[in-house]
Design a protein around this ligand. Sequence first.
Ligand SMILES: N[C@@H](CCC(=O)N[C@@H](CS)C(=O)NCC(=O)O)C(=O)O
Length: 403
Amino acid sequence: MDSRSISSGDCRTQSDMWATSPSPHPLHLRRPPPPPFLVRRHNKRLDRIAASQDPLTALTRVLWGRALPPAQLVLAVRHGWTAAWQLLMRQLAPSDPSTGAFTRTPARFPAVAGEPSSRLHLYVGLPCPWAHRTLVVRALLGLEARLPVSVAVPGDDGAWSFTPGSPDRLYGKRKLREVYTLRSGGFEGRASVPMLWDAERREVVCNESIEIVKFLCGLVGDGAGGLDLWPPELRQDIDRWYGLIYPSINNGVYRCGFAQTQEAYDAAATELFGALDKLEAHLAGSRYLCGDRLTLADVCLFTTLIRFDLVYNTLFRCTRRKLAEYPSLHAYTRDIYQMPKVAETCDTEAIMAGYFKTLFPLNPGGIQPLPPATCDRESLLRPHGREALSSAADTPLEAAAVS
Ligand SMILES: N[C@@H](CCC(=O)N[C@@H](CS)C(=O)NCC(=O)O)C(=O)O
């Protein structure tokens, strides 16, 4: 029988029967059982419904027909659902209990301490904007041969894992946490990416992205063409920009997405779009944040911008505007995307899956939307026209274009 052929009359009958079915109250237990023909008819009806559709639909049809679930049930599920969301969010994205604002857990190894050996290994995950910073710097500085990389993927439990297609190239471990625990002092805390590992000392060098990229700028790679992303004369300027970008944009999108109260979200979203407006105005007259030279400040901004319309705009509710609606910021993003080797570090599919499928509390159904057309490779390779803003005739990065 087709499920559509169950009439609303049928359904009402089901609901009524359910409503008047014997209660467990002791007085009612003494009631004589219904005649066998009625029980048979009732059971047959249930069988028909169950056979005609998937078990969950069948159950809801038996319980409340085609009507909406009873109000009490809706309310109970709503409270239970919210409580479960809060519980998961507490663990995924700890917040300030008094405001509901996301408070990022500090990295366990926030600074490069001592003198690392020359046997370094980089652990990253492609969805992660913080890890992406290290991949961009590694590529731009030509550190690929000097700094091997292992790419972890989000496991079903949300923890960074390795697969046969994306293995731990150093130890063949299954989880990133297992690598962290190889250090002699053991490991407690969050096994996050990026993580720079010293293979000789079996020690974490650092797991704070901004410190890792500064450290990488001190390594000499092949083919960097004299590029310095952290030049001494611009450090003050870079730090000043980073002081705006990090709290309001890099972490700002997370503060929107992980806010646990309306007030916390409102504050984060207002700050985020205020900062984007400021950058839009600045970048209308300046090719990069610190003038004509690409620096670490740009790399740190880029890895958030490239994810903006793909995930933050929708999943994290950064909705006031899309990146594509900011002419200068969008062209600036394309400018950096088109630098040699940068596009290869951007993996749209991994980014979208990493957020929409892994951040379960924000997207319980796990449905991944279509990527916006403005995020397609072809669209990002459109001319950006920003060369005109550069006074330096020929920067090392302009020598080659992404094909
Ligand atoms: N402060 C760190 C943040 C890194 C971070 O939050 N990474 C996320 C992925 S985007 C992570 O690995 N999270 C795993 C966890 O917190 O357990 C940095 O900038 O390096």
